[in-house]
Write a protein that binds this ligand. Structure first.
Ligand SMILES: O=C([O-])C(=O)C[C@H](O)[C@@H](O)C(=O)[O-]
Ligand SMILES: [Mg+2]
Length: 429
């Protein structure tokens, strides 16, 4: 049967999803965080799904892009990237991104972060129409399960008093014992065997103690520490020296390629990044200076699943390892991450995922981790279905918000507890 894969409609649904009070060096997560759900509908009624950041600047780009798609085919993914998508340069500049945790903010990166959701939606629609899973459209899976690591956060027991929020069953984790208890809980629920601690929250000695406690509780398991660039070169070297062999890698101990190169030259601990290599333009300097040994890809800002594979090929050519970065995301993105990760031969580290922290999703069935991994789906497309009632509920929450929560701002969320809090000047330590 010939299918008509012409796009007839694109639906954009911004939502706010519940998020626990997870701490990072910039502040704390808001009680609700914005995401954007993209639906691309074809002439013969197939709907493909995508998901990306839902902050205003992403929505402003997604709207004209959505309007320009009807009449194109979901097969024309390459031409998506040629669509003229003007970014208001005054909104971006050379500053770091709004969350401050994903490296440089550039017009190109913003554009790719929006396009990626449409690419994923087109691939999902292609797969559903052709009866093929997305991994098959990417050349086929080379593994049946994709491993994820437990993403540990220092956290409060709840959002600050008076801040409306969903109930939080996780409890506080503010010291080594709390971090180990959280790791056990994540291991027991999902079977994770490697652990990443989000650092840059407390003075380095406290975070060193937490990693030591994890090593004692989980001997031989891969451990990572990620302070999001909160340390100076000297502090980074001191931490690397103290934690030495306990770490699988140290993630973005310090900011910028020159500083990372200095740390790299002074330690045998591998360095990973989702902050100094986040665009093609940053690769040459970082790789030729041996500043990083592992790049944490992220299909959202690298521009989709096919570009993630291209990134992996470049990394492989330079002998640089690949793993995957995660921000707060829902099941559509977890499915997309899993499909692409299944096709990357040189994936030597478990991927990051925030998904266990998300109590809400827009899928009819949540994606499960078993033994710390997600089974790669062979169902056509991404293999997930939209729960329209839940999508509508989370959209109503977005529509009812007065604008306070529509843009992620971890420093503003922190001020609800510490009114004088300002985004810290880096390096903090
Ligand atoms: O550096 C990283 O791995 C991240 O940026 C992940 C997330 O942004 C995480 O730090 C967060 O959301 O607090
Ligand atoms: Mg990181």
């Amino acid at each position: 049967m010939t299918r008509d894969l012409t796009i007839t409609e694109v639906r954009l649904t911004p939502i706010l999803v519940a998020d626990p009070p997870l701490l990072n060096t910039q502040g704390v997560h808001q009680p609700y965080t914005p995401r954007l759900i993209v639906e691309v509908v074809t002439a013969d009624g197939v709907t493909g799904l995508g998901e990306t950041y839902g902050d205003t600047e992403y929505l402003e780009l997604a709207r004209p892009l959505a309007e320009s798609l009807p009449g194109r085919s979901v097969m024309d993914v390459n031409s998506l990237f040629g669509i003229d998508l003007a970014v208001d340069e005054s909104r971006v500049g050379e500053a770091v991104d709004a969350g401050g945790l994903r490296g440089v903010q550039s017009a190109g990166k913003l554009r790719l972060s929006v396009l990626s959701a449409f690419e994923v939606a087109c691939l999902d629609a292609q797969g559903r129409a052709l009866g093929l899973p997305v991994h098959a459209l990417l050349g086929g899976k080379v593994r049946d399960r994709v491993e994820y690591s437990a993403y540990l956060f220092y956290k409060w027991a709840g959002h600050p008093a008076g801040v409306p929020a969903e109930p939080d069953p996780w409890g506080a984790a503010l010291d080594p014992a709390g971090v180990v208890a959280q790791a056990r809980e994540l291991r027991d629920r999902h079977g994770f065997t490697s652990f990443k601690l989000k650092g840059g929250v407390f003075p380095p000695d406290e975070e060193i103690a937490a990693v030591r406690a994890l090593a004692e509780a989980f001997p031989g398991h891969p451990l990572r520490l990620d302070p999001n660039g909160a340390w100076s070169v000297a502090t980074s070297l001191k931490v690397a020296g103290e934690l030495g062999d306990l770490l699988e890698y140290l993630e973005d101990p310090t900011l910028g390629t020159p500083a990372m190169a200095e740390v790299s030259a002074g330690t045998g601990v591998p360095l990973a990044t989702n902050m100094c290599v986040t665009t093609l333009g940053e690769i040459r300097e970082a790789f030729t200076r041996d500043a990083v040994q592992v790049v944490l890809s992220d299909h959202h800002y690298w521009g989709g699943l096919r570009r993630t594979r291209e990134l992996a090929a470049v990394c492989s050519a330079f002998g640089v390892g690949v793993s995957m970065h995660s921000n707060t995301h829902l099941g559509i993105s977890l499915a997309a991450m899993t499909h692409v990760a299944a096709t990357v031969p040189d994936l030597h580290h478990a991927c990051d995922s925030h998904y266990p922290w998300q109590s809400e999703d827009v899928l009819t069935e949540r994606i499960a981790f078993t033994g710390g991994a997600v089974e790669v789906s062979d169902t056509p497309g991404l293999g997930v279905e939209l729960d329209r009632d839940e999508l509508a509920r989370l959209h109503r929450r977005w529509a009812d918000d007065d604008g306070t929560l529509r843009d992620r701002d971890d420093a503003a969320a922190m001020r609800a507890a510490e009114p004088d809090w300002r985004t810290p000047v880096m390096p903090r330590w």
